[in-house]
Design a protein around this ligand. Structure first.
Ligand SMILES: N[C@@H](CCC(=O)N[C@@H](CS)C(=O)NCC(=O)O)C(=O)O
Length: 346
C-alpha cells in the first residue's frame, strides 16, 4: 500500500453503517487502523480530531477526515483505484453486445444506496432492535439516541412502531427475493463465484445486520425458508468477507491520542478540491461556515473556513485539539452548509 495514505476508521463493531466500510476495506485489501469508540456520547477521541459530528463511522486518510459512509466509499473508490495490491470488487464482465452495462451497474449501485439509506429502510431496521436488548434497557443509551434522532426511544414507542417496521423490512426481503435475486443469480450484478461488488455492499448491510440481531425479525414471517435466496446471498456475502478478513490479518487498534496525532502529523493530504463559484449557496472560498447532517445527529455542527465545495462535498478547515491543521469533508446530500458568524473559537 501507499504508506503515506494512512487510514484510520473510528467505529464500534455493532454499527451496521461502519460494517459497510469494514467490508469494503477488507474486500479491497486496503490496510487500515481502527480507533474503537463507545456506543454513546461523549467521544473524546473524535473531539481530539476537532470534529463535532457524532455519527459513526468516521474515516481519516492522511490529514483528511471524511464523514458519512456514502462519501467515504466514494473517496476510497477514487483514492484507491484497482491495482494488484488493491483488487477491484469484481464485476461480471459485460456481454459484448451490452456497451451500457458499466453504466447500468453504476446506476443500480447508486440506487441501492438510496434505497437502503434514503428510503427510510435504515430507520425501519433500527426500529426492530428488540426492546429486550440490554442496550435498549439502559437509559444512558436511550437518552443518547433520543438526542441523536429527535424521537422517543421508550420501549412502549418502539413496540408500537414494530409491526409497521416489520412490514417495510419484509417487503425489502420480498424485493430482493423476487426481483434483485429473482433469476437465481449469486450476486446483485450477476456473475458467480467471486462476483461480489459494491452493489452487494449497498444492498446487504441491513439484511446482514437484522439477521444477526437476535429477535429483530421475530413475528415478521421473514424466516430463511420464506426468503431462501436472500438469506443464502447474505450468508454467501458474509463468507466472502470472512475469508478476506482472514487473509488480511488483524486490524491494529490505536488509541484516540495516537490516532489524532497520526492525523494531525500526516504527510499525505488530498489535493484541494476548490470552491465552485457557481454553487447556488453563494458561498465563497475562505468564508467561515457551519456544516451538519439534517437527518440525524443534527445538533452537532462543525465550523471552519470553507476550502472545498461541489455538488459532491463540502470541505472545511479544522484543527485537532493539538492545533494541527486537518480538513473535514462531508457530503452535500443529507448535509447543510451555512455561512457562520465570524469569531467564535476557531
Ligand atoms: N448517513 C450516515 C449514517 C451513520 C449513522 O447513523 N450511524 C449510526 C451508527 S450505525 C450512528 O452514528 N448512531 C449514533 C451514534 O453512534 O452516535 C452514514 O452513512 O455514515
Amino acid at each position: 500500500m501507499d504508506n503515506s495514505k494512512e487510514i484510520i476508521l473510528y467505529h464500534y463493531s455493532f454499527s451496521p453503517y461502519a460494517r459497510r466500510i469494514v467490508w469494503y476495506l477488507a474486500l479491497r485489501r486496503i490496510p487500515y487502523k481502527q480507533c474503537i469508540q463507545p456506543p454513546t456520547m461523549p467521544r473524546p477521541d473524535i473531539s481530539a480530531l476537532g470534529v463535532s459530528y457524532r455519527r459513526i463511522p468516521i474515516l481519516s486518510i492522511g490529514s483528511d477526515i471524511y464523514l458519512d459512509t456514502r462519501l467515504i466509499l466514494q473517496k476510497l473508490e477514487q483514492l484507491f483505484p484497482p491495482s494488484s495490491s488493491h483488487p477491484p470488487l469484481n464485476s461480471p464482465s459485460p456481454p459484448s453486445n451490452a456497451p451500457s452495462t458499466k453504466a447500468t451497474q453504476a446506476t443500480i449501485t447508486k440506487l441501492l444506496e438510496h434505497y437502503t439509506i434514503d428510503s427510510g429502510l435504515f430507520v425501519r431496521a433500527a426500529a426492530l432492535i428488540p426492546t429486550s436488548t440490554p442496550l435498549l434497557k439502559d437509559p444512558k443509551f436511550t437518552t443518547d439516541r433520543e438526542e441523536f434522532t429527535g424521537r422517543p426511544w421508550s420501549a412502549v414507542n418502539i413496540e408500537r412502531g414494530r409491526p409497521e417496521a416489520l412490514v417495510e423490512i419484509k417487503s425489502a426481503f420480498e424485493f430482493f427475493e423476487r426481483t434483485v435475486l429473482g433469476d437465481g443469480r449469486e450476486w446483485v450484478l450477476g456473475g458467480d463465484g467471486d462476483g461480489v461488488t459494491l452493489a452487494d455492499i449497498e444492498g446487504v448491510w441491513l439484511f446482514s445486520w437484522l439477521i444477526g440481531l437476535k429477535g429483530a425479525l421475530e413475528g415478521g414471517g421473514i424466516e430463511r425458508d420464506v426468503y431462501p435466496r436472500t438469506w443464502a446471498w447474505v450468508e454467501r456475502f458474509e463468507g466472502v468477507v470472512r475469508e478476506a478478513m482472514r487473509g488480511n490479518g488483524k486490524v491494529v487498534k490505536v488509541s484516540g491520542v495516537e490516532a489524532a496525532r497520526a492525523v494531525g502529523n500526516a504527510k499525505w493530504a488530498e489535493v484541494e478540491a476548490g470552491v465552485d463559484e457557481g454553487d447556488p449557496s453563494g458561498l465563497r472560498k475562505g468564508e467561515m461556515v457551519e456544516v451538519w447532517p439534517i437527518d440525524s445527529g443534527f445538533s452537532r455542527k462543525d465550523r471552519g473556513r470553507l476550502v472545498g465545495l461541489s455538488t459532491r462535498e463540502v470541505v472545511i478547515e479544522g484543527r485537532t485539539e493539538e492545533g494541527k491543521e486537518v480538513r473535514i469533508h462531508a457530503p452535500r446530500h443529507g448535509f447543510r452548509v451555512r455561512r457562520a458568524k465570524e469569531g467564535g473559537n476557531l
